[in-house]
Design a protein around this ligand. Sequence first.
Ligand code: FMN
Length: 180
Amino acid sequence: MDAITMIKERRSVRTFKNEKVDRELMKEIVDISRWAPSWGNFQVGRYTLVDDKATIERLGIEGVNGFVYNINTLKEAKGVAVLSFVKGKSGKLDQDEYVTSKDSSWEVFDAGIACQTFCLAAHAKGVGTVIMGVINDESISEIVGLPEEETVAALIVYGYPDEKPVATPRMDVEDIMRFV
Ligand SMILES: Cc1cc2nc3c(=O)[nH]c(=O)nc-3n(C[C@H](O)[C@H](O)[C@H](O)COP(=O)(O)O)c2cc1C
């Protein structure tokens, strides 16, 4: 799959086949995701992969703030990647001070790049994903036992697609770009 096709044809998938994705394949997807760029090449993104039914159920009950849409997707899910990042690094250079007005926001920026890289890698390998931002970071941290130095960025539900979602609309290029 070429890069343009990969970018254009990735869709959020919320209905999955009743089949777990092999851990080796998920390891390959994370192995590809490692190549995402990051602030200072600090590589703060972390992936905690959950493929245990009871834990996924708990994520649905306690991890998505009661948002029914996400609860229903998680009922279907065979796997969930908890995307987290190591706090307090991105945005800094040699000193322990943030060097731009965005302060620590760069760590979320890094997590976003890691997230998209993971989703594209998964898509290229035939695995569907949906990113979830309506989540409860603290509950999820507790459920998966996240290390103290990390915080949750997003959930990425994954599995073999059992739907082919139609393309979601996009704004026109003229509406989102300008030359100066
Ligand atoms: C930061 C972020 C948060 C999102 N949160 C959710 C969510 O909580 N639940 C959900 O079903 N989809 C969520 N999505 C998926 C978007 O709805 C989806 O990407 C968008 O509608 C475009 O569709 P596409 O991914 O199929 O191109 C999220 C996407 C992003 C990037």
